[in-house]
Ligand binder design. Structure first.
Ligand code: UN1
Length: 503
């Protein structure tokens, strides 16, 4: 392990994180790869929070009047800095979150992509013009910056989810206060450094455009409760969302919530099974089953179910599990012991409900000292309580169906509504899946898996997933306030709806 640790130190140094920042603090950061201690970082004191909000408000007042395309220039520079830091930042994502090398790099690429998108967006914060019912009047909509945005992010996408929010918020004119997961403060600290390099090149940005808070739930609670932060974007569990949303609603702030997913694939009788198997394995097993978009439920036409399960078992049996930094590894560790225990508990519960489990045991040989689990396939007699709950681990529940309407009904019959997909060559099934009575999720795909979305689309889901949308399309509107303007360029004052009020 010594060599690997030395590499972690080199990565931290390359990212400008100095010994003083990495030692002597109260928050221990361990690597899921082997449980080794990466750093002891300093937490933001709760007493510092008022100053954080003040700085953000001051920054907002200065930043909101900078023309949006000039704000885009900062993101263009950030994008350049991210490109330069890609290898190191990707490696640090692997160290801190346990992702395989290609997925760590992929996450940084996702940041680069959203920055590119945001630069273009900075010249396209379009409002509508609206036909007025009154002569000599003009109506329009103008989008203005909303104010400081609080970003709460999870360990599993420690940097990409921040960038979806930050790149948009900053071109929209909003400073960002970031509360990363306690499990992944180092990647956040590294992003703060990368951002500061972009700021230095930009020249005249106000102080406090990005502030990163290191620490636990007390700091998160202060952020959520603060009236100085009109928008809170929170990614994590449904439990966390249920705690955050009422507090923000109470003060009439806006929430962008991206919470639990319990994503399904329907495999129709006509499906290209070769493609389906590849899509299933990537989306069920990739990131060790720790994506919001991970495939958790497979709803398969009974005529092909046995064949598909046989092929999947074969693919699962050959999966390279181990050190995520080693070449060829496809399945890295779960984030911690609690995640491994939750997987085991869910598998036991599924078994008690009549499930037949393949895999799912802990791997201890030939792997470092982290929580390495054999991904599991569980054939279920039906959609039981355990299947309806999201367990953040590589468990794939398999159920059969005979009739396509029944498949859609099973797909929708869970509390979560993030991502979904159908594998079929039957265009009627494909269109039915995408139609109003089809999938009830925020994301619905045909002949690709539910995970690995591109940044260009709006990302988020319905029901317990929280209803928020981040990333592409018009998700930027959540970071701005909308103003309706009516301009009268006539010399009369007609009232709308024909109301007469002559004095
Ligand atoms: C998440 O797991 O919180 O679609 C985000 C995907 C990635 C983002 C996942 N682009 O799988």
């Amino acid at each position: 392990m010594k060599d690997i640790l030395m590499t972690a130190q080199t990565t931290l140094e390359n990212l400008d994180l100095r010994a003083a920042e990495l030692t002597g603090g109260t928050l221990k950061v361990t690597s899921p790869i082997d449980g080794s201690l990466l750093a002891e970082v300093h937490e933001t004191p709760l007493t510092e929070m008022d100053a954080v909000f003040d700085r953000a408000q001051k920054a907002f007042k200065a930043w909101r009047v900078i023309p949006a395309p000039r704000r885009g220039e900062l993101i263009r520079l950030l994008c350049e800095e991210l490109r330069a830091a890609k290898d190191d930042l990707g490696a640090l994502v692997s160290w801190e979150a346990g992702k395989i090398t290609s997925e760590g790099l992929g996450e940084v690429q996702e940041m680069i992509d959203i920055c590119d998108f945001a630069v273009g967006l900075s010249r396209q914060l379009y409002g509508l013009t609206i036909a007025s019912e009154r002569p000599g009047h003009r109506m329009m909509e103008t989008w203005h910056p909303a104010g400081p945005v609080g970003v709460i992010s999870a360990f599993n996408f420690p940097v990409a989810v921040w960038s979806w929010n930050a790149a948009l918020a900053l071109v929209c004119g909003d400073p960002v206060i970031w509360k990363p997961s306690e499990k992944t403060p180092l990647t956040a600290m590294a992003c703060q450094k990368v951002f500061e390099r972009a700021l230095a090149r930009f020249g005249d940005a106000p102080d406090g455009l990005l502030q990163t808070l290191i620490g636990g739930s007390d700091i998160g609670e202060a952020l959520v409760a603060s009236e100085a932060v009109p928008v809170i974007s929170a990614t994590g569990s449904t439990r966390m969302g249920r705690a955050v949303a009422p507090i923000v609603a109470q003060r009439f702030g806006k929430c962008i919530l991206e919470l639990g997913g319990n994503n399904a694939m329907i495999v129709g009788a006509s499906a290209d099974l070769e493609m389906a198997v590849r899509a299933i394995v990537f989306s069920a097993v990739g990131t060790a089953g720790q994506r919001c978009t991970t495939l958790r439920r497979l709803i398969v036409h009974t005529s092909i179910k046995d064949e598909l399960v046989t092929r999947l078992k074969k693919a699962y049996a050959g999966l390279p599990i181990g050190n995520p930094l080693a070449e060829g590894t496809l399945v890295g560790p779960l984030v911690d012991e609690a995640a491994g225990a939750a997987m085991t508990t869910a598998l036991q519960a599924a078994e008690a409900e009549g499930g037949v489990v393949f895999g799912g045991t802990r791997v201890t040989e030939g792997v470092p000292e982290g929580v390495y689990m054999q991904p599991a396939i569980v054939e279920m007699p039906g959609q039981t309580g355990t299947v309806k709950a999201e367990t953040f681990a590589p468990i794939l529940y398999v159920m059969g169906y005979d009739d396509f309407d029944q498949a859609i009904q099973i797909q929708n019959d869970v509390p979560q509504g993030l991502s979904s997909c159908v594998f079929t060559l039957n265009m009627r099934e494909a269109e039915q899946f995408l139609a109003a009575a089809g999938s009830d999720c925020g994301i619905a795909n045909v002949n690709i898996g539910p995970s690995g979305a591109e940044i260009g689309g709006a990302f988020g889901g319905e029901k317990e997933t929280g209803g928020g949308r981040e990333s592409g399309s018009d998700a930027w509107k959540s970071y701005m306030r909308r103003q309706t303007n009516t301009v009268n360029y006539s010399d009369a004052l007609p009232l709308a709806q024909g109301v007469k009020f002559d004095i």
